[in-house]
Write a protein of this length. Sequence first.
Length: 239
Amino acid sequence: MGNQYFVFKQFKIDQHDCAMKVGTDGVLLGSWCDITNDNRILDIGAGTGLISLMIAQRNQNAIIDAVEIDESAGRNAERNFSASPWSDRLNLYHTSLQDFNPEIKYNHIVSNPPYFDNSLKNTDSRKTQARHTDTLSYETLISKSFTLLDTKGRLSLILPVNTENKVEAIVKKENLVILRKITVYGNIGGKAIRYLFEIGRKEDFKTSECITEDFIIEISRHNYTDQYIDLTKDFYLKM
């Protein structure tokens, strides 16, 4: 099937119309976010629909809405939703986050957002939109998310390490608090490559201290750590 499809244990991703294919970032966030007791969840920048599908598999009671600005990617996600066992709990909205104004509030929002900031653009405009913050800045993502979250609602993100200071400054400015912060390393002895953040309102989590943890993906090439296997074993075919 080549790289047009990615098969997981309980669902399949058709990704041929999506600029950004299935990757480790999405799998990490979809496996890690704490959605156990959440009933209404929003996925911002759904892409192929991977994270929404992972959440639907993990939480059989949740209704998941997904926002995707790119029309082709959105159609791709809709096909993946329809082909999954959880199609009745997955909804796709073809719109930007800025224009998304639902009548309900969410318990949890997840996003693997555009991550390049002030960097060289790809000649493929769809990849630029998917990868760069021009169409969705971190400030807009975080502030808008908290207008859509209910009391004690949380926002979970995966971001590159060079965004740490910017994100923490936005969190402070918006009177929010980081509840969990995971530093992700590609391999043992390597440099940090990503952060996983869980963010809430300061007034909702007054006594909470930030939980920090280091997370390593590989011991060596394709030789995965117990951490990574334990986190993703319900999804990958060979885990």
